[in-house]
Design a protein around this ligand. Structure first.
Ligand SMILES: *Cc1c(COP(=O)(O)O)cnc(C)c1O
Length: 375
């Protein structure tokens, strides 16, 4: 872990804000419905080791990860919550699921067979599983016809206990998209053929489509971490991360010259360039070149020139000299410049900004009773 003095930037993660976001989402659910948390990809880059326990302390009982390895790590932190693994059981990992009490999401006929065979070899109590039905992604999940065939002939589910039936929305961030209703209709039709297991359809944005999409269990990820689940409306979630990049040099330009690789920015006259120790190797995306911006105090400062591997350059000509100096910080993500705003400048989504957050930053975790540093 990089010390604050050595690091080029400080990333502050507000665990209270993550917990508050979970409560806010949980409050949207009708009685009897449960709000889970998706903590795959290291809790979207925020650090699952800190975020997941904070969510559990807030009351979250069910977690989702993508890889079995993520599940194994999460289990070591949270002995008593339910952990589902989206990718399901790969050959050779069955006993890992059992040893760490991870519930596989079964996505395809071969995974159902594999988990069923494992259950048969073991004998004893049925093994828990979730079943994922594809209703519009063509990515993971049983094709609807295969799901209906399985409902007709359940022998493949012998030895298994389905605890969850899930599907995933393709266009939930666009409430007007007709696919939302089509997926709801198809999921409901399939769910009617699988009585018993809880049903789960909504991701973050899906939780804002209306009560019909909520079912028994919601699976938000991004909204927990402050990404706006309703892109056409003000963000109902609290921001959770702040990224402050350190200025390591201020370059005074007084005769016209260019800035950075490719000479893509040209200072026509006097200009002051603050060079910050954050670059694309830290997940500060190269596509921000000549488009991004940050805040020096309350002053918006444009990113000029290309983003390099370890550095980015900002035009701080409008700032007082004592504000733009080595050691001062430029807010790259924070209350003035949200994850979504940065993502828009980079031509991507908040999800990619968060999951790209670099490991050279000094990470500070605040909230959850006292501020603490990651070891
Ligand atoms: C990642 C993921 C989620 C969470 O989605 P968000 O948009 O981040 O809320 C839910 N379900 C599945 C299957 C996922 O892969």
């Amino acid at each position: 872990m990089t010390s604050p003095d050595r690091a080029g930037a400080v990333l502050t993660v507000d665990l209270d804000a993550v917990a508050a976001n979970w409560r806010r989402l949980n409050d949207r659910l009708p009685a009897g419905s449960e709000c889970a948390a998706v903590v795959k990809a290291d809790a979207y880059g925020l650090g699952a080791g800190k975020v997941a326990p904070a969510l559990a302390a807030a009351g979250c009982r069910t977690f989702f990860v993508a890889h079995v390895e993520e599940g194994v790590r999460l289990r070591s932190l949270l002995p008593s919550v339910a952990i589902f693994v989206f990718h399901g059981p790969a050959p050779g990992t069955e006993s890992d699921f059992l040893a760490h009490r991870l519930t596989p999401v079964l996505n395809a006929p071969d995974q159902i067979e594999r988990w069923g065979r494992f259950a048969a070899q073991r004998g004893g109590l049925p093994l828990e599983a979730a079943l994922h039905v594809d209703t519009g992604m063509a990515r993971l999940g049983l094709a609807p016809a295969d799901a209906l065939a399985l409902a007709d002939d359940r022998r493949k589910l012998d030895g298994l206990r389905l605890v969850l039936l899930a599907s995933h929305l393709a266009c939930a961030d666009d409430p007007a998209h007709p696919l939302n209703r089509t997926q709801l209709r198809d999921f409901s039709a399939i769910a009617a053929r699988f009585p018993g297991p809880g049903r789960s359809l909504a991701n973050s944005s899906g939780m804002f489509l209306g009560p019909d999409w909520l079912f028994d269990l919601a699976r938000p990820g991004a909204a927990l971490y402050g990404v706006n689940p309703t892109p056409d409306h003000p963000n109902p979630m609290a921001p959770t991360v702040r990224l402050e990049g350190k200025i390591i040099q201020v370059r005074e330009i007084d005769t016209p010259q260019s800035v950075g690789y490719g000479a893509t920015h040209r200072a026509a006259g006097k200009e002051r360039i603050a060079t910050v120790a954050v670059g694309y190797a830290d997940g500060y995306l190269r596509s921000l070149g000549n488009r991004g911006s940050g805040y020096l105090g309350d002053l918006r400062v444009p990113l000029v020139g290309r983003v390099s591997m370890d550095l980015a350059t900002f035009d701080v000509s409008a700032a007082p000299e004592d504000a733009a100096r080595p050691g001062a910080v430029i807010e790259l993500i924070g209350p003035r410049h949200t994850v979504d705003a940065l993502a828009a400048q980079a031509g991507t989504i908040g999800y990619e900004i968060l999951t790209s957050l670099g490991n050279r930053y000094h990470r500070r975790y605040v909230g959850e009773k006292e501020a603490h540093e990651r070891a």
